[in-house]
Write a protein that binds this ligand. Structure first.
Ligand SMILES: Cc1cc2nc3c(=O)[nH]c(=O)nc-3n(C[C@H](O)[C@H](O)[C@H](O)COP(=O)(O)OP(=O)(O)OC[C@H]3O[C@@H](n4cnc5c(N)ncnc54)[C@H](O)[C@@H]3O)c2cc1C
Length: 284
């Protein structure tokens, strides 16, 4: 299937991209790796008149550690982040990114593109929610036209453990459900906990009920099971019985029933928390 017609514009740098977006108007769209946008064009889910390609924008291609943050520019591919030495400073991102699609897609798809696309079942938006990632925007005051220039993930430190767990029907598929967990321990008790879920809502969701169960307590297997239960109990299915949104039409990717999805999510929270606690305990 061919995409609808569009004109193609290559941005030299971030400022040029914003100028192009402003000048071309509301029917212009940013093209990063194209791994979500091009399928949407082929499926006629989007029909932009102009694509502004930021893949070779000179100032958007960096990965660096800066003031306790891992900073990833908008043109950086998922594969480049996965292979970088810097990503080890954010273990949750390092673990989750290997589950995103397959290597050829990660070689084109960008981290920021995945966050901007914000699929409810994708790994990286869920990681960003769990870690409280920050975005740097580039915009002009003159006209609409805005791009995410970079994303900043907080770097792990101290007795903190992070873990990702997901279940997908096949490795590389979008998960049925996935969970991100971050746990900080002081003297054997939890002083900081973050739990986020994908696949169970119309966006990645923090699970404050699970975090409250853990806070200030010793993370025994029973407590972790109670936290996982609380995470899922707080979610309500939509009237049509399923809360998850997909980039693919439902007919092409039938969604499992809510009860099954919730059960899968609960298991992923338990696994992610168990590993995060174990990793926190291993820190000196
Ligand atoms: C077969 C297949 C399987 C996949 N499996 C998975 C999976 O298991 N898990 C997963 O997470 N993803 C999966 N993906 C999606 C993949 O990770 C995409 O690479 C990613 O979602 C989008 O990144 P991109 O760089 O390709 O963005 P694009 O497709 O180029 O853009 C996506 C959207 O974000 C906007 N955008 C891009 N960059 C910016 C920016 N800097 N500022 C503002 N807006 C921007 C675009 O305008 C567009 O609307 C899969 C894709 C395919 C084709």
């Amino acid at each position: 299937v061919k995409p609808p017609p569009f004109s193609y514009h290559r941005a030299r740098d971030g400022a040029h991209a914003v100028d192009l977006l402003s000048g071309l108007g509301p029917r212009a769209r940013i093209l990063a790796g194209g791994q979500s946008l091009l399928p949407m064009l082929h499926l006629r889910l989007a029909a932009p008149a102009h694509l502004v390609d930021i893949g070779r924008a000179a100032d958007l291609g960096g990965i660096r550690l800066d003031g306790g943050r891992l900073v990833v520019g908008a043109a950086v591919t998922q594969a480049a982040v996965e292979r970088s030495a810097e990503v080890r400073a954010v273990p949750l991102l390092a673990e989750a990114i290997a589950h995103v699609a397959h290597p050829p897609i990660r070689h084109r798809g960008t981290v920021v593109g995945s966050l901007a696309h914000a699929s409810a079942v994708a790994e990286l938006p869920c990681v960003a929610v769990a870690l409280g990632a920050e975005f740097t925007l580039l915009a002009t005051a003159a006209a609409p036209g805005e791009l995410v220039a970079e994303v900043r993930f907080p770097v792990a430190g101290g007795r903190r453990g992070e873990a990702w767990s997901e279940f997908s029907v096949r490795r590389g598929n979008f998960p049925v459900a996935g969970a991100a967990a971050v746990v900080r321990l002081e003297g054997g008790t939890v002083t900081e906990a973050a739990v986020a879920l994908c696949g169970v809502g119309d966006r990645p969701l923090r699970a404050p009920a699970a975090e409250d169960v853990l806070q200030g307590r010793t993370p025994t297997p029973e407590l972790i099971a109670a936290a996982a239960e609380a995470a899922v109990a707080a979610l309500a299915p939509r009237a049509d019985g399923d809360t998850a949104a997909h980039i693919l039409p439902v007919a092409a990717a039938p969604t499992p029933a809510w009860t099954y999805r919730a059960r899968v999510a609960r298991a992923q929270v338990r696994r992610a928390l168990t590993r995060a606690v174990h990793r926190a305990e291993e820190q000196a």
